[in-house]
Design a protein around this ligand. Structure first.
Ligand SMILES: Cc1cc2nc3c(=O)[nH]c(=O)nc-3n(C[C@H](O)[C@H](O)[C@H](O)COP(=O)(O)OP(=O)(O)OC[C@H]3O[C@@H](n4cnc5c(N)ncnc54)[C@H](O)[C@@H]3O)c2cc1C
Length: 344
């Protein structure tokens, strides 16, 4: 490594407190390293955020996650025993052109009492600077200075990890043009989320629906997930193609269109919700990704991780961040803590 100090004396910055950044941070901080995480939002979570409302919480990004990777599974089981994750056993089916049973049966997990609870738990003892939008990374005399929107340059770091959605990572990775070029090939599709509450249960036995051949992708009876307060709350995701085509539509028009498609696809008589709100995810899900796990140049001390580098989902984000953290330790001659110690 061209970084001069031993790894244990270095200061490491991570941009992004989604699951990838938090997982990477846990590996590094778990080994006793000096890690500071920056996120532009007010809390950890990223695309695993939960929207709090007077009518109860809505997971408006990821709806559930799988745990097939052995290390991630160990982490999920640890979180489950700590009460921040539980299995969602709702009835899930496919609706549309070829209706049928759950197209991808298997265990599905959620954060409790909301998806973001998992992130809060995993991030709890990391040093995180929220509401800090990093706009650039500058290399000066072998160190990295992070630039914050509207603020003076932040202090210098020896290594920097970029853990933000790929399109947002590209400008930050300008310090390593080869990384920026590779990450620029990752495409993320947008997604509109409609959050709706009703004053009575909708007359369907389904709690989760994969849609085919409509403007919808997935819908979840969010209130059917474990540990949620009573109520009838649904989260409805627009299909990526539909969301892309309607990206600049007014929120009211999006809400009307998605709700109408939802009732139509389920064959239900439309019901007026007691509350409805939309969220536009400009960068929701990778439709192309790099099958590399992460990128890291030990000599420069720059890495990047996230769901654009492996499996394009929650599990993939954790695997990517954890693998990058372990690679950084290995490059600095340090041993990774056991997987269970890095789960949070
Ligand atoms: C609508 C939707 C539905 C989904 N459904 C599922 C699902 O059911 N199952 C599943 O497994 N996955 C699902 N996903 C995907 C899953 O949420 C992501 O794969 C995963 O959360 C990505 O984690 P990450 O850490 O890589 O990125 P993110 O969660 O996006 O975290 C990146 C963080 O970086 C921060 N950030 C960005 N730019 C900057 C900057 N310049 N400065 C500072 N901070 C910055 C953001 O605020 C964010 O907190 C869904 C995603 C969406 C949007």
């Amino acid at each position: 490594m061209s970084t001069r100090k031993p790894l244990s004396d270095q200061r490491i910055a991570i941009v992004g407190a989604g699951l990838a950044g938090v997982a990477c941070g846990r590996v590094l901080a778990g080994a006793g390293l000096h890690v500071t995480v920056f996120d532009k939002a007010r809390g950890a979570g990223g695309r695993m955020s939960t929207r709090r409302t007077d009518l109860g919480p809505f997971d408006h990004g990821a709806q559930y996650f799988t745990a097939r990777d052995p290390d991630f599974r160990a982490a999920v089981l640890a979180w489950q025993s700590e009460g921040v994750v539980a299995a969602w056993t709702g009835r899930i089916e496919r609706v549309g052109a070829s209706p049928g049973p759950d197209p991808s049966p298997g265990e599905r997990f959620v954060g409790v009492p909301g998806m973001s609870a998992l992130l809060r738990h995993a991030a709890r003892d990391l040093q995180i600077c929220y509401e800090t939008h990093i706009t650039g990374i500058e290399r000066i005399s072998g160190a990295y200075r992070l630039h914050e929107a509207g603020g003076p340059p932040l202090r210098a770091f020896d290594q920097v990890v970029v853990a933000v959605p790929a399109p947002q990572a590209v400008p930050l990775l300008a310090v390593v043009p080869a990384f920026a070029e590779r990450v620029a090939t990752v495409r993320l599709a947008p997604c509109f989320t409609l959050m709706v509450a009703f004053d009575a249960p909708l007359p369907t036995p389904l709690d989760g629906i994969f849609f085919e051949g409509t403007s919808l992708a997935f819908a979840a009876r969010d209130s059917s997930k474990p540990g949620r307060p009573a109520g009838e709350r649904w989260v409805i995701h627009g299909h990526w193609d539909w969301s892309a085509a309607h990206l600049d539509d007014p929120p009211e028009a999006v809400a009307t269109a998605l709700l109408s498609a939802f009732f139509g696809a389920l064959g239900l008589t439309p019901v007026v919700p007691i509350a409805a709100s939309t969220h536009r995810w400009r960068h929701a899900l990778p439709v192309t990704h790099l099958d590399v796990g992460f990128v890291y140049e030990a000599g420069l001390g720059v890495g990047a991780c996230g769901d654009g580098f492996g499996a394009p989902r929650v599990e993939g984000a954790w695997v990517s961040g954890t693998a990058l953290g372990r690679a950084m330790l290995a490059a600095g001659g340090m041993v990774s803590p056991a997987a269970a110690a890095t789960t949070g």
